[in-house]
Design a protein around this ligand. Structure first.
Ligand SMILES: [Zn+2]
Length: 289
C-alpha cells in the first residue's frame, strides 16, 4: 500500500514540529516522511530486542532443545552451551539462544560469522562516526558469507511460527558452499545507514509485510549499533514466491536522530552482494590474456 499525499504531508508536518518548527529542511522532511510512511503502512514488527539488557534473554525451550539450522535434537546433536543469538562483537550481552547445536555453531563461527566480523571491522570509522560515506572509502559490496551471517542472525530471533516460510533460507544459510544462483536473489544486498547520533545500545528488529501481495519483501532484518544500521531482506522466503516477475522494492527508512533543529535523517548506502569469486577480478584477468 502506498501512502496518500495527505498522509505524507501529515508526517512531514510532524517532523517540522519535532524540529522545533525550524524552517529550511522542507525537502528532507518530505523525503523522510514518505519513506517512513511507506514502511509503517506495509510492515509490522514481529521481534525486537535491545542487546545490552540487564537480564539475559534466552530463545528456545530448555526441556526440548532443537537446532534451528540442522533441525536436530539430542542425542543426534549436542547442545553444550547457551549461545549468543547475535555475535557479541556488535555489543550483544543479553540475547542468547538454545536453538543452535554445537556443530552448526562451530561451522558458523569458522565461516560466515568470521566473514561478518571482517565486514563489521571494515565499517569501524562509519560506526564510530569519525567519517561519513563521503569521507572514507566505504565498502562497495557485502561478501556473500557476511550477508549469510546477517540472515542467520535474523533466523535466530524469528518467532517460531514464521520459520516454516523460510525452509529454503535455512538450508541455504546452513550450506557451507557460498556459491549462489544470482537469479534467485534478484537485487539482494545490504543497506547501510549512518545515523546522526549514536544509539545508546545495540538492537535488532524483524519486521514483516502486512499485506500478502504488496510488492515488498516479506521479512526485513535490522541491526543497529553505534551509529550504523544494517538492513537486509530474508531471501528465498516461500511467501515471496507470488511476487516472482514483479518489481519488488526494498523499502528505506529515515532513521532520524537528534532533537530540535539538529534532527537529521540517516544517510544510506546500498551494498550489492559480492560473490566469493570477484567478477571484476576475473574480467581484469581475462583482459590481460
Ligand atoms: Zn545444528
Amino acid at each position: 500500500m502506498l501512502p496518500s499525499r495527505e498522509q505524507i504531508e501529515r508526517a512531514a508536518y510532524e517532523r517540522w514540529e519535532r524540529r522545533g518548527r525550524f524552517h529550511g529542511a522542507d525537502r528532507a522532511d518530505w523525503v523522510a516522511a514518505e519513506m517512513d510512511t511507506v514502511f509503517d503502512l506495509n510492515y509490522q514488527v514481529v521481534a525486537e530486542f535491545w542487546l545490552a539488557e540487564p537480564d539475559k534473554r534466552v530463545i528456545g525451550d530448555a526441556r526440548r532443545p532443537r537446532c534451528r539450522f540442522c533441525e536436530q535434537s539430542p542425542p543426534r546433536a549436542a547442545f553444550s552451551f547457551i549461545r549468543p543469538a547475535i555475535p557479541e562483537l556488535v555489543g550483544n550481552t543479553s540475547l542468547f539462544t538454545r536453538e543452535l547445536c554445537d556443530e552448526c555453531a562451530k561451522q558458523f563461527a569458522d565461516s560466515i560469522d568470521a566473514e561478518f566480523a571482517r565486514f563489521w571491522e571494515s565499517l569501524e570509522a562509519l560506526r564510530a562516526g569519525t567519517a561519513s560515506f563521503r569521507e572514507i572509502r566505504a565498502p562497495t559490496a557485502i561478501p556473500i558469507a557476511a550477508y549469510k551471517s546477517l540472515i542467520r542472525m535474523a533466523l535466530s530471533l524469528m518467532p517460531e511460527q514464521e520459520l516454516s516460510s523460510f525452509a529454503d533460507t535455512i538450508e541455504w544459510v546452513s550450506n557451507p558452499d557460498h556459491a549462489f544462483d544470482r537469479s534467485l536473489f534478484g537485487n539482494a544486498g545490504c543497506l547501510v545507514y549512518q545515523a546522526h547520533v549514536p544509539f545508546t545500545a545495540a538492537w535488532v528488529c524483524l519486521s514483516c509485510r502486512i499485506e500478502e501481495d504488496a510488492p515488498f519483501p516479506y521479512m526485513l532484518f535490522f541491526l543497529g549499533a553505534e551509529r550504523l544500521i544494517l538492513q537486509v531482506h530474508l531471501p528465498l522466503c516461500a511467501l515471496d514466491e507470488d511476487l516472482d516477475g514483479r518489481e519488488v522494492r526494498m523499502p528505506q527508512r529515515s532513521f532520524c536522530t537528534g532533537t530540535g533543529p539538529d534532527l537529521q535523517t540517516s544517510t544510506c548506502l546500498v551494498l550489492p552482494l559480492k560473490s566469493a569469486v570477484d567478477p571484476s577480478r576475473t574480467r581484469r584477468f581475462r583482459l590481460f590474456l
